[in-house]
Design a protein around this ligand. Structure first.
Ligand code: UDP
Ligand code: MG
Length: 331
């Protein structure tokens, strides 16, 4: 007689207990929050988020990722962790940027639904259940769209342009790619986890894997305390990642340009040849030389473009460095 056929023994009880435990630790919603020097905001954020999610009535967990903060953020997060089994922490050994922090959180999520939220309280935590509800209507990704965005126009104008360009490149038209208050289905997050790119823009990446994407308006306030962690160069870099990370269009444009110049050279040569037959010899063939030169210059640019394309591809493949280093975690 094998164990399985026997009457419920200790082993069986243990199994039931384990299943129970697993159930408890299989939350429905995982919230991922990147934290970089946010000591002034964490207490209020955590209180408001906890209240909201408890009220919403589903099992939840929150994963705070400390992106190499130099202030008291980590200690505050540890105090949250000590008080609640729903809080999990990841700490980077240095600052790798918001998107890397979110990726690190994504790797540890257990919920069926995953939400991301900034720690600075610019987007209200109270809006998270709204996103989840929208997702439940059958969407794979629900983005927040900052209807009354409280940032200077210096931030808003570039954002507008980036949103338009990204919408074209990614092929999903969204009003606000920059808002990080978003909700994703677990499958989309898992697909993103399989992308080991060192530079990536999460909202755009998610849309390349999602079938149904939508946006709902969310609140936006001015930063209460602390300052924006992005400097202008960071924004430029992020937007550049966005352009080159999602299409090879820029480098293809170079090749196309080269091809056009070469073609123009050929036509110019043809034109000069016919002219020669009709008008007779002119200034000792100087212009013919120009035509030939054009052809070669064009071909050269084309070649440079092509090489650039290959280098770009190799570069993308070769960058298999670890994206970040986790110093410690609290489960
Ligand atoms: N953040 C981060 N690492 C960074 C910069 C920012 O984890 O290098 C976090 C930051 O703590 C906040 C979120 O990313 O939770 C958004 O940052 P911020 O509010 O400074 O960006 P903005 O609202 O100005 O776009
Ligand atoms: Mg902010």
């Amino acid at each position: 007689m094998t164990l399985a056929q026997g009457k419920p023994g200790k082993l069986f009880l243990l199994e039931v207990l384990m299943a129970d435990l697993k159930q408890e630790f299989n939350p429905y919603l995982s919230v991922v929050i990147p934290v970089f020097n946010e000591e002034e905001n964490l207490a209020e954020l955590h209180a408001r988020l906890t209240l909201t999610l408890d009220k919403a009535g589903y099992d939840w967990e929150v994963i705070y990722v400390d992106d190499g903060s130099r202030d008291d953020s980590w200690n505050i997060l540890e105090s949250f962790h000590k008080k609640s089994h729903r809080v999990h922490l990841v700490r980077f050994n240095r600052n790798y940027g918001q998107h890397m922090a979110v990726f690190a959180g994504f790797e540890r999520v257990r919920g069926q639904v995953v939400a991301t939220l900034d720690a600075d309280l610019q987007n209200p935590p109270e809006d998270v259940p709204k996103l989840v509800a929208k997702l439940e209507e059958g969407y794979d990704v629900v983005g927040g769209w900052r209807e009354n965005r409280r940032d200077s126009w210096l931030r808003k104008l570039p954002s507008y342009l980036v949103n338009r360009i990204t919408s074209r490149v990614v092929g999903v038209d969204l009003k606000d790619y920059g808002c990080m208050l978003r909700a994703y289905r677990r499958e989309v997050v898992e697909a993103m986890n399989r992308c080991e790119e060192t530079s990536s823009f999460i909202p755009a990446l998610a849309n390349t894997f999602a079938k149904e994407v939508t946006e709902i308006p969310v609140g936006h306030a001015e930063r209460q305390s602390g300052s924006s962690k992005y400097r202008l160069v960071d924004l430029l870099r992020l937007n550049f990642d966005l352009m080159t990370g999602f299409s090879v269009l820029p480098i293809q444009m170079v090749s196309i340009l080269g091809g056009l110049v070469a073609l123009a050279g050929v036509f110019f040569g043809l034109f000069l040849f016919i002219r020669r037959l009709v008008v007779g010899p002119e200034v000792e063939g100087v212009f013919t030389l120009f035509a030939i030169l054009f052809v070669f210059v064009g071909v050269q640019i084309l070649c440079v473009g092509l090489i650039g394309e290959y280098v770009g591809r190799i570069y993308r493949e070769v960058r298999s460095r670890p994206r970040y280093v986790v110093a410690e975690t609290r489960d």
